[in-house]
Design a protein around this ligand. Structure first.
Ligand code: GLU
Length: 327
């Protein structure tokens, strides 16, 4: 009889869509980590590093899947509408949760209501880069020189971005507005393919985070004209900030964070926060991220949500003032 009851109990448990014991076992199958940009860009690299550590830690594969397009909003929308069961997560960024929100009047998702923010991962300054082999830049060695060139040749320079609405797009629009210059926007599906084209001289310039710019700079495929942090980066001590080149206070950090769809059970979001913050605080990931230009942050979900709210306000204003449009 007891045995019969035990079997019945087990059968009932198996039928429940979500039980305390099932939560305890999370993750019990592979977890998809959606990257809303192309492979080879900063978001992709951050995601792959963390996915590898989470796979080791949890014993279940964390599998990165790239869903690029429309400045990261296609991938973010996919996660916003995914089952809130902890098995589809977003490596979201300043783009999916702030800059694109300002640019697209009819975004298919709500960056706050449709997601459970878990933690901010890192925040990395951007470097303004051009190809050293591009003859246009033979005498351009810093941001002031670039502004002077753009003023001499209005509309002749092109810049690449990770897509319409990406932080790379709107940060450059913000610089255009600040310097009263005009450059043509060429959107890509991520900074990976965009930087390749800039280093080949197909597009004139780009602003992208240290993580992805640095290997090209070290290899001599790109040259840096300025950095968008308030202080110089210890990784690029000779590159002056945009702020010190005549635009005090100018700062744009590309930030990255983990999101689950809204409605994910709190036991799962808490477990994700614990695991990801442990990974971020590990020596291995901390030193890796620092060598790529940003600190390992591991903020709480509440702190992360505050950042997102303030960044949405900031970038809506940038769109209004610059008149930026989706390209
Ligand atoms: N730094 C940009 C962002 O996070 C682009 C990332 C990428 O192309 O991967 O919005």
């Amino acid at each position: 009889m007891y045995k019969f009851l035990a079997i019945l109990g087990a059968a009932a448990l198996a039928c429940l869509p979500f039980t305390a014991s099932a939560q305890g076992a999370y993750p019990s199958r592979p977890v998809k980590l959606i990257v809303p940009f192309a492979a080879g860009g900063s978001t992709d690299l951050v995601a792959r590093q963390l996915a590898q550590e989470m796979t080791t830690r949890s014993g279940q594969p964390f599998v990165v899947e790239n869903k690029p397009g429309a400045g990261s909003t296609i991938g973010a929308d996919f996660v916003a509408k995914a089952a809130p069961d902890g098995y589809t997560l977003l490596l979201g960024t300043i783009s999916s949760h702030a800059t694109a929100v300002g640019l697209y009047p009819k975004l298919p998702y709500d960056p706050l209501k449709d997601f459970a923010p878990i933690t901010e991962i890192t925040a990395i300054p951007n470097v303004i880069v051009v190809s050293p082999n591009n003859p246009k830049f033979a005498k351009v060695n810093n941001f002031k020189d670039l502004v002077a060139l753009a003023k001499r040749e209005p509309g002749k320079l092109s810049y690449a971005s990770s897509g319409s609405g990406s932080s790379n797009h709107l940060a450059t629009e913000s610089l255009k507005e600040l310097t009263k210059t005009f450059m043509t926007h060429i959107p890509y599906k991520g900074s990976g393919p965009a930087l390749t084209d800039v280093s080949a001289g197909h597009v004139d310039l780009m602003l992208d985070v240290v993580l992805t710019s640095l290997p090209h700079l070290k290899a001599g495929r790109l040259k840096a004209l300025g950095i968008t942090s308030l202080q110089r980066s210890p990784l690029l001590p000779d590159v002056p900030t945009v702020a010190e080149q005549g635009y005090p206070g100018f700062e744009v950090l590309g930030w990255y964070g983990l999101f689950a769809p809204a409605g994910t059970p709190p036991a799962i979001t808490q477990k994700l926060y614990q695991d990801f913050s442990a990974v971020l605080k590990s020596d291995k990931i901390r030193t890796t991220l620092e060598s790529q230009g940003g600190p390992a942050i591991a903020s709480t979900p509440q702190q992360f949500e505050e950042l997102i709210k303030s960044e949405i306000v900031r970038w809506k204003k940038v769109v209004q003032v610059s008149g930026a449009k989706p390209d």
